[in-house]
Design a binder for this molecule. Structure first.
Ligand code: SF4
Ligand code: ZN
Length: 294
C-alpha cells in the first residue's frame, strides 16, 4: 500500500491517494474518524441569567456545535475518569463562561470568541461563529461545561465537517475521434482542455473528475471511456478545526490497530477454548461475545 498526499484548498483540508487498497478498508478509516476520534465539545450549560428572546435550550444547542481546540492529551474521558468516577471534575471537564450585557440604546451579536475557558488551551477555534443576536437592555450569563466525547455519542464531537473518498478516475480518450467544445464544456469539473485546432481533448485535472459520466453521454459513442479504479482511493477530509487534520487520520489508524489487536486476542482465546473442548467451537463462534475496545 502506498499513500501520496495531494495539495488541499486550506490547512484544515487533507487529500491523499492510497494505492493498493480496497474500499472496505478506507471506509473503516472513514467510519472510525466519524464515530471514534474524540474531540472536546460543550455538553452542559448552566444558565445564570437569560432575558434574551432565545430559549436556554436553543442557546445550549448552538454552543455545543462550536468547535473547541481539542489538541490536548491530559484531559480524561468523563466516563472513565478515575478522579471523580464519572461525576465531572477538573481532570475531565473544562468550564467556559459567557457574560454579555447590552445597554439601553443598542443590541449586539454574540460571537464564539466571548466564550472564555478555565483552561487556556480550550477555546473556540473560530472566533466569529455567531451564537445569537441580543436586543438592547438584555443580559446573558452562562457557564458551559465541555468534555471529551465521540461522534458515536453525538455529531457535535465529530472531528470533521466533511469526509469522503472516491475511486481513482481512469479516463481514456480514444484516438481517431474528433470532439466539439460542448464535450469539454459538459464536464462540471473542468477536467478537459479543448484543442480548437485539432478538435481534440486533453486531460487537465484528472483528479478533479467525480466520475459523473457526463462527458461520456455528451460525446460520440465509444470515443471516451471513464472508469473508477477501486484499488486506488482518493480520500478527502476537512477538520472542524478541533484537531489538526493529520492527527485525525493517525488517531483513527491507531484506533483501528487497537481494535484489530483486541479482536485477534479475543479470537485466539476462543480458539484455545475450542481446542480444549472441540464441541464448544460452534457455541463460541455463535454465542460468545469477543470484546473489542472502543
Ligand atoms: S466523468 Fe464527469 S467529472 Fe469526470 S471527466 Fe467526465 S464529465 Fe468530467
Ligand atoms: Zn473527572
Amino acid at each position: 500500500m502506498d499513500v501520496r498526499q495531494l495539495p488541499a484548498a486550506n490547512h484544515q483540508m487533507l487529500k491523499f491517494i492510497v494505492t493498493g487498497t480496497f474500499p472496505a478498508f478506507m471506509n473503516s478509516i472513514r467510519r472510525i474518524i466519524l464515530g471514534s476520534v474524540p474531540t472536546i465539545a460543550i455538553d452542559e450549560v448552566i444558565m445564570v441569567e437569560n432575558n434574551t428572546a432565545m430559549f436556554d435550550e436553543y442557546i445550549a444547542h448552538r454552543l455545543g456545535l462550536i468547535p473547541l481546540n481539542s489538541d490536548i492529551d491530559d484531559l480524561n474521558f468523563m466516563d472513565a475518569c478515575d478522579v471523580c468516577d464519572g461525576v465531572g471534575c477538573n481532570s475531565c471537564t473544562v468550564t467556559l463562561t459567557l457574560t454579555q450585557e447590552t445597554d439601553q440604546t443598542s443590541g449586539a451579536i454574540i460571537y464564539s470568541r466571548e466564550l472564555l475557558g478555565s483552561d487556556h488551551r480550550i477555546y473556540p477555534v473560530v472566533d466569529e461563529v455567531p451564537i445569537m443576536k441580543m436586543d438592547k437592555d438584555q443580559r446573558l450569563i452562562l457557564e458551559a461545561i465541555a468534555r471529551f466525547g465521540t461522534g458515536k455519542e453525538h455529531a457535535k464531537w465529530q472531528p470533521v465537517g466533511s469526509i469522503g473518498y472516491q475511486y481513482m478516475p481512469i479516463i481514456s480518450i480514444r484516438p481517431g475521434h474528433t470532439f466539439t467544445k460542448d464535450v469539454a464544456d459538459s464536464c462540471p469539473r473542468n477536467v478537459f482542455e479543448y484543442d480548437e485546432n485539432n478538435q481534440s481533448l486533453n486531460l487537465r485535472n484528472l483528479l478533479d473528475c467525480n466520475l459523473c459520466m457526463e462527458c461520456v453521454h455528451s460525446s460520440e459513442e465509444d470515443s471516451i471511456s471513464v472508469e473508477g479504479d477501486s484499488s486506488q482511493i482518493i480520500f478527502m477530509l476537512e477538520s472542524t478545526g478541533a484537531l489538526p487534520v493529520e492527527n485525525i487520520v493517525t488517531t483513527a489508524s491507531d484506533l483501528l490497530i487497537d481494535g484489530l489487536q483486541s479482536f485477534i486476542e479475543g479470537f485466539q482465546l476462543a480458539l484455545e477454548k475450542a481446542d480444549n473442548d472441540p464441541s464448544s467451537m460452534r457455541k463460541i463462534s455463535s454465542f460468545e461475545r469477543i470484546g473489542i475496545n472502543d
